[in-house]
Design a protein around this ligand. Structure first.
Ligand SMILES: C=C1C[C@]23C[C@H]1CC[C@H]2[C@@]12CCC[C@@](C)(C(=O)O1)[C@H]2[C@@H]3C(=O)O
Ligand SMILES: O=C(O)CCC(=O)C(=O)O
Ligand SMILES: [Fe+2]
Length: 362
């Protein structure tokens, strides 16, 4: 059994600096050609065709509701999650403080070409010809090294806040995961790293892959021509997302019959966190849950938007394969995906982006 960490999984897929360094948005009065997206992308006008389901974790029917939402939307708004509002606000405040630093200060914490953590543009950037109106900061575990580069003296508050948020997110993601498995009638025993909840947290071999991503979408002089975050699916099992109150931007793609798909806005709902199904859950559920395609359009308010995404997946060496529900045990169920380790899938995704899932289809 290996001892791969998520950072190591990304180390094998280095990026060019031009695909890491963000624009200095603060000193850019117009949208440069490099950041102008073709208008056919139609990002400023979203169709509204129903709202993303809201699920309260305390609801006795939570499993059924989550299951249905994950099948039809690949996402839902989560209420009753128990994360203190104060902690969420503190995280957003720290993100605001970070992205508010002068560009040259932020560059001190730049992600290295083979690195996974620190300041930089989204990892999906090389797959698009235009750049996004976005800057990010990726954290895996303790952010202390990069935080020190940003604030040689005042890094402590940032670190404490991010560590405490990650701890709470891990417990939450763990619980949501169990409820989602329950809705599929899959026994938790199938997933070894979930089984021994308290034993494994200090062993990297069995520790889940997690990451915290702070996103900033700076105020844009011409919101109709820029793209916040290009369409993508999240790689891991599930993502728990907080977005700045009152500022729209996130949209999810929804099948709309034979006419194709439509973009549905996911408005920030008071106290709710958005849960997205990721690629690995699509595999695990043998395609019953859909890894949701989503994007962020630049809002028209010209106010800077922030979001905080927590990515949760199995340990890097864990082999993910379609699981049978207890009711299917004596049926013939054809697996639609071959088995892949998390590390292997991260590599396939890094090279192929949206083609990754179809490449492991049987
Ligand atoms: C743990 C993760 C999850 C990552 C990669 C790595 C660190 C940063 C995450 C994001 C955040 C922004 C969108 C995304 C698509 C991206 O470009 O970087 C995400 C990606 C993924 O879900 O694949
Ligand atoms: O900013 C958002 O609302 C979405 C961010 C996102 O999709 C991501 O970090 O993967
Ligand atoms: Fe995402």
């Amino acid at each position: 059994m290996g001892t791969t960490t998520l950072s190591e999984a990304y180390r094998d897929h280095p990026l060019h600096l031009r695909h890491i360094i963000p624009l200095d948005f603060g000193s850019t009065p117009t949208v440069p050609e490099s950041h102008v997206w073709p208008h056919s992308d139609g990002f400023s006008s979203a169709d509204i065709s129903g709202d993303l389901p809201v699920v309260d974790m305390r609801d006795p029917d939570a499993a059924e509701l989550m299951g249905r939402a994950c099948e039809t939307w690949g996402a839902f708004q989560l209420m009753g999650h128990g994360i203190p509002m104060k902690l969420i606000e503190e995280v957003e405040l720290e993100a605001r403080r970070l992205f508010g630093l002068p560009a040259e200060q932020k560059l001190k914490a730049l992600r290295s070409p083979g690195g996974a953590t620190g300041y930089g543009v989204a990892r999906i950037t090389p797959f698009f010809t235009k750049y996004m109106w976005h800057e990010g900061f990726t954290i895996m575990g303790s952010p202390i090294d990069h935080a020190r580069e940003l604030w040689p003296h005042g890094y402590q508050q940032f670190c404490e806040t991010m560590e405490s948020y990650q701890k709470q997110m891990k417990l939450l993601a763990d619980d949501v995961m169990r409820i989602m498995l329950k809705s599929l009638n899959i026994s938790e025993q199938e997933l070894s790293w979930l089984a021994n909840k308290n034993l494994n947290q200090y062993h990297t071999t069995t520790a889940p892959c997690t990451a915290l991503q702070l996103n900033s979408y700076p105020s844009c002089p011409d919101p109709n021509r820029a793209m916040g975050l290009a369409p993508h699916t999240d790689t891991f099992l599930l993502t728990v997302l907080h977005q700045t109150a009152h500022i729209d931007g996130l949209q999810i793609s929804k099948e709309a019959g034979p006419t194709g798909s439509t973009w549905v806005p996911v408005r920030p709902a008071n106290g709710a966190l958005v849960v997205n199904v990721g690629d690995l859950f699509q595999i695990l559920s043998n395609g019953r849950f859909t890894s949701v395609v989503h994007r962020v359009v630049v809002n028209q308010t010209r106010r800077q938007r922030f979001s905080v995404a927590y990515f949760y997946g199995p340990p890097a060496d864990f082999a993910v394969s379609p699981l049978l529900s207890s009711g299917q045990q004596d049926q013939v169920v054809v697996p639609r995906y071959r088995s892949v380790t998390v590390k292997e899938y991260v590599g396939i995704k890094a090279k192929n982006l949206d083609k990754a899932l179809s490449l492991i289809k049987i």
